[in-house]
Design a protein around this ligand. Structure first.
Ligand SMILES: *[C@@H]1O[C@H](CO)[C@@H](O)[C@H](O)[C@H]1NC(C)=O
Ligand SMILES: *[C@@H]1O[C@H](CO)[C@@H](O)[C@H](O)[C@H]1NC(C)=O
Ligand SMILES: *[C@@H]1O[C@H](CO)[C@@H](O)[C@H](O)[C@H]1NC(C)=O
Ligand SMILES: *[C@@H]1O[C@H](CO)[C@@H](O)[C@H](O)[C@H]1NC(C)=O
Ligand SMILES: *[C@@H]1O[C@H](CO)[C@@H](O)[C@H](O)[C@H]1NC(C)=O
Ligand SMILES: *[C@@H]1O[C@H](CO)[C@@H](O)[C@H](O)[C@H]1NC(C)=O
Ligand SMILES: *[C@@H]1O[C@H](CO)[C@@H](O)[C@H](O)[C@H]1NC(C)=O
Ligand SMILES: *[C@@H]1O[C@H](CO)[C@@H](O)[C@H](O)[C@H]1NC(C)=O
Ligand SMILES: *[C@@H]1O[C@H](CO)[C@@H](O)[C@H](O)[C@H]1NC(C)=O
Length: 578
């Protein structure tokens, strides 16, 4: 479903751009079924229309010019109904003479409206700035989309005191997610994780006061503005310039589903969006809430951000890290005599401290946590002066991350009868994956018949699957005959450079796993695994990712294997960082 959805989306984007319509007069409507029912801004930089967000699911959206673009550059910058997509049949957006703009779903229910009463509208138009405007009789503005942003701020779109940008749930699910950019009570622009079970501010960094980080906290105007050249200025005196400052290019400032705030510009030659500024380095786990509670975030050069549960815990929702992990053991009240502790190296949890005690011993810290029923564990860390240790008792284990070379240890409270292997205590890598990629809307209309393209794709998929099964069978028969004396377990011929390119039969999976564990400094380890006829003709980083994914897919424990959606996400994620 997922690839066909993207093909569909890119076809739709290409198709939409051929239609031209500058405004919608009052008393008329745009239909989801007519590809030509799209509004275009005067200079052709923006489009507004029904945007596919899933299988037979649409949102009314605004996006940038995409005449030469692919699905990856077709980013919606605004959505009317991000949380409630409408059906692909019978849905429409209507402008009433009373001035209200109403989006109805196929079942005739009102999904979204602007609630304007008692004015007279003449038309709906899309301004060259990307602002969708309901124009009144005297040319006045009755309603404008700039007042209700979703996750994106465009150049010339003012950020006001009550403006909130809310990220989408994931790259493929446009519903409102957990990260927000807003002016908080201290008049400072903040990024906050506002998740299902906890909230946590992470930008500006929480361990020092905003005023110590150059933010001015006494300007109550609370406004910010991005100019078309790439300069951002906020009333809290926060300012930045994009790396390509000075060029007039399409730009968008967005709170991304991964919690980072980024400024993108559209390269006018390659037609691709590139990041020209970001609030925090993407190579860090500074964004809170990424992995939910009771879990650890790690950053890896190859895989990006990954999440893992702390030892003895497992994921609550296999498809969504934001729900975190829960314990697999029981602790009756958390403070009986049979609680124990396990030590985790290089680990830090931010926030939710019960209290902290300086200049204390480890055994003192341990007994304080053991006798406090709600204590979940404690951090025993070197103080700033590096002379004594500080003991932090934790109420909740949130915002956990792996910090290699962190000066201190974390002690996790567990049931004393639990035993952990060294590997369990040190394993910190699992794929970071979000919810299922495609939103399917229940169809309220029966399709008359599948289209030719769909039938073709279905048969194509069946044929490929059939050939694959046949090949596996042939290979199996071949090796089974060849190697009746070897022990159980699949064996496959791999080319080994060391033996001059001839084929040796070794057990493939353990061999590759061992190769990958060899020091990453061995530059030829990937070459040794790859078919020699390919040598040189591939991207080493991509190949490494593929091998890692393949290894993960044949992991012994079922839990450790990624789902198909997760695999796609890893591969797509890698594609996006190019
Ligand atoms: C619409 O765009 C024009 C320039 O193209 C600009 O002068 C005008 O202020 C814009 N109106 C709104 C409401 O954004
Ligand atoms: C507050 O911010 C606004 C907008 O950036 C600016 O025009 C104004 O001069 C600022 N006021 C003070 C007192 O800094
Ligand atoms: C704002 O920043 C500028 C330069 O970064 C500085 O000169 C000015 O004093 C700051 N204003 C306030 C009110 O902090
Ligand atoms: C692309 O943008 C640059 C900088 O604004 C400009 O100099 C150049 O002419 C543009 N090229 C095209 C093909 O529009
Ligand atoms: C953390 O997860 C547990 C489930 O193990 C839940 O009961 C608790 O409310 C969560 N706490 C926070 C702060 O998210
Ligand atoms: C530890 O686990 C055992 C078995 O699961 C249970 O009977 C015991 O009550 C647990 N101990 C605590 C302190 O909860
Ligand atoms: C922290 O809490 C523990 C347990 O209630 C208590 O024994 C200890 O004295 C407290 N430390 C401080 C500095 O308040
Ligand atoms: C830490 O405590 C010990 C005794 O409790 C005391 O002798 C020592 O001076 C303290 N160190 C600091 C840096 O406060
Ligand atoms: C998209 O996100 C929303 C809100 O978090 C959720 O209710 C919905 O089930 C998600 N859709 C899919 C297909 O996961």
């Amino acid at each position: 479903m997922f690839p066909s959805f993207w093909i569909f989306l890119s076809l739709l984007c290409l198709q939409l751009s051929s239609a031209v319509r500058q405004s919608l007069p009052s008393g008329s409507s745009l239909s989801v079924e007519k590809p030509s029912d799209v509004l275009v801004s005067r200079e052709g930089a923006f489009f507004a229309g029904f945007f596919p967000v899933g299988d037979n699911a649409y949102s009314f959206a605004i996006w940038h010019d995409n005449t030469k673009s692919t699905a990856e550059s077709c980013f919606p910058v605004w959505m009317a109904n991000r949380n409630v997509p409408v059906n692909g049949k019978g849905s429409r957006l209507s402008l009433f003479e009373s001035g209200s703009l109403v989006l109805t779903d196929a079942g005739d229910s009102i999904v979204w409206s602007t609630d304007i009463v008692g004015s007279r509208a003449t038309k709906l138009q899309l301004n060259d700035t990307g602002n969708l405007i309901v124009v009144g009789e005297k040319g006045d503005i009755l309603w404008q989309s700039f007042d209700y942003p979703t996750d994106t701020l465009l150049p010339k779109q003012p950020m006001k005191r009550d403006t909130v940008l809310i990220s989408s749930r994931s790259r493929a699910n446009y519903s409102a997610g957990f990260y927000r950019l807003y002016f908080s009570d201290d008049n400072v622009l903040h990024l906050i994780f506002d998740g299902p079970t906890f909230s946590s501010t992470y930008w500006p960094v929480p361990w020092s006061r905003p005023s110590d980080q150059g933010r001015f906290i006494y300007n109550t105007t609370r406004s910010a503005f991005l100019d078309p050249l790439g300069h951002f200025l906020s009333s809290d005196n926060y300012t930045f310039f994009s790396s390509d400052y000075g060029a007039i290019l399409p730009r968008r400032l967005a709170v991304d589903p991964d919690g980072n705030l980024r400024l993108y510009s559209l390269n006018n030659v390659t037609r691709k969006w590139s990041v020209t500024w970001e609030a925090m380095p993407s190579t860090s786990c500074l964004v809170h809430g990424v992995c939910g509670n009771n879990s650890l975030c790690s950053y890896d050069r190859l895989l990006g951000r990954t999440c893992s549960c702390i030892p003895g815990y497992f994921m609550v929702d296999q498809n969504d890290w934001s729900f975190g992990c829960k314990p697999s053991f029981q602790l009756s009240d958390g403070c009986s005599s049979d609680v124990g502790f396990v030590m985790l190296r290089d680990v830090d949890f931010y926030g939710y401290d019960y209290n902290q005690t300086s200049n204390t011993t480890l055994s003192n810290c341990r007994s304080m946590c053991a006798s406090l029923c709600s204590c979940r564990g404690f951090q025993y860390t070197m103080s700033y002066t590096k002379r004594t240790y500080v003991c932090f008792l934790k109420n909740e284990l949130v915002n956990g991350q792996n910090l290699p070379n962190f000066e201190g240890q974390f002690y996790l409270k567990v049931n004393k009868s639990m035993r952990f292997t060294r590997e369990e205590l040190e394993k910190r890598k699992q794929y970071y994956c979000t919810s299922r990629p495609v939103e399917t809307l229940r169809r309220r209309y029966r399709q008359k018949g599948n289209s030719g393209v769909f039938n073709f794709m279905l048969w194509f998929a069946v044929a490929v699957g059939g050939i694959e099964i046949l090949l596996v069978f042939v290979v199996w028969v071949f090796f089974y005959r060849d190697e009746q004396d070897t022990k159980a377990g699949p064996t496959v011929g791999v080319h080994s450079l060391g033996s001059g390119g001839d084929v040796k039969n070794i057990r493939l999976v353990p061999w590759v796993r061992q190769k990958m564990q060899e020091s990453a400094s061995n530059p030829t380890r990937v070459d040794e695994m790859v078919d020699p006829s390919l040598v040189g003709n591939y991207d080493k980083k991509k190949m490494e990712t593929l091998i890692q994914v393949a290894l993960q897919c044949v992991a012994e424990e079922r839990e450790a294997r990624p789902s198909m959606g997760q695999v796609l996400e890893i591969l797509l994620q890698h594609e996006n960082t190019e």
